[in-house]
Write a protein that binds this ligand. Sequence first.
Ligand code: URA
Length: 248
Amino acid sequence: MRESIDEVKKLLQNYTAVWGTEIYLENELAPPFPQEQTAPKPKQAIPPRPVPKRRVSTRRIPAQLSPELQSFYLEIKDCAQCSLSETRTNLVFGWGNPNADLMLIGEAPGKDEDEQGIPFVGRAGQLLDKMLLAAGLKREDIYIANMLKCRPPQNRDPLPEEIIKCEPYLHRQLELIKPKVLLALGRVAGQNLLQTQDSLSRLREQTHQYADIPLLVTYHPAALLRNPRWKQSSWQDLKKIKKLLQNV
Ligand code: URA
């Protein structure tokens, strides 16, 4: 009994740390997560893209990769297809469950991510983890990647030519992971993935398709750090995602 009370306490403490004292949960406390692990998905025969080798990355192979993702990571980790390779420390490949049903797609690595080679590990990433946890999702259950794999200097917006060069990598990750639902984090990711200039509020209104996979768009966690008022809407988006996951 004591243990359950402590567990509930911990959950509530985490919830209030992220969402404040307002409870947005309504009647959806029972999370559909963690997802049941599905058997590894069959590999598709897609010829590897040749990538010129220019510099040696300091990052070790992320431990949680499936063999297919691992060989893809090794293939692209020294990518030099655009000038971001000259300023990056590490290519930030992606992180999480290689059989995830849900894949989150951010814009591009920031300073912390560039240093560690892992997406969303800075302040925004810590908020993201708490938000996911409050929604019954753990980083280990999902997969997180970025539209761009390398950090743009001074965190400037990605350039069209960088997206053109990098997007095939994201597509390959989608082919290997086969997520059922995608969540784009932020306006820049949403607009670029969907090739539109629509505002974030417009993008949040509907379920889109990206590479034939349903995609929702929500706030970037960095925006929530700047504007905590948007947290309530972002909670609504997470609920939509959970519903979508239950229905795919
Ligand atoms: N912002 C992003 O869009 N991606 C990261 O990995 C970190 C911050």
